[in-house]
Design a protein around this ligand. Sequence first.
Ligand code: HEC
Length: 149
Amino acid sequence: MKNGEKPLKWAKGKIDSISAYMAYTSRGNKMDIKVPDDPRALEWYERGKRHFYAKRGQLNLACANCHVDSAGMMIRADKLSPALGHVTHFPVYRSKWGNMGTLHRRYGGCSKRVRAKPFKHQSDEYRALEYFHAYMSNGIEVNGPGARK
Ligand code: HEC
């Protein structure tokens, strides 16, 4: 970096503290993700949407199968949350992790859940997914940082 500092690592560590601070200072604002009328923006949006609805992994399940079709149902000891409102409370402190983590860290966990190989944090694939996923929550208040089990 230009100032000589090393770039922060993605997914956990200092990046979480900064994003937790930013989430906190944004509390009360409503999600307002724009998809400009530009082929590049539409391409990213469509890529994220495809990721969200595509079945993956050995279990052959899409994000939408659990977080849209089955929202509210129990899966073992967990109640499946709706995708709507997912992004508004990140980063989260998770008891399972014993520390904070970003949305992409959580994406990785859900990819593993269906026995798929997760993409890298901040990979184009997860960035596109986040774009679509965040757009879905437009109009919902930012209430991060959150805490989950
Ligand atoms: C087999 C079902 C299943 C699939 C498929 C799945 N998840 Fe999950 N996901 C869960 C469960 C169970 C939890 C924990 C309970 C909850 O919050 O819904 C969870 C939690 C999450 C959370 C945290 C919710 C919160 O309130 O903090 C996010 C974000 C998430 N999933 C995103 C995704 C995305 C994106 C995909 C697709 C890449 C995906 N999940 C695929 C089962 C699934």
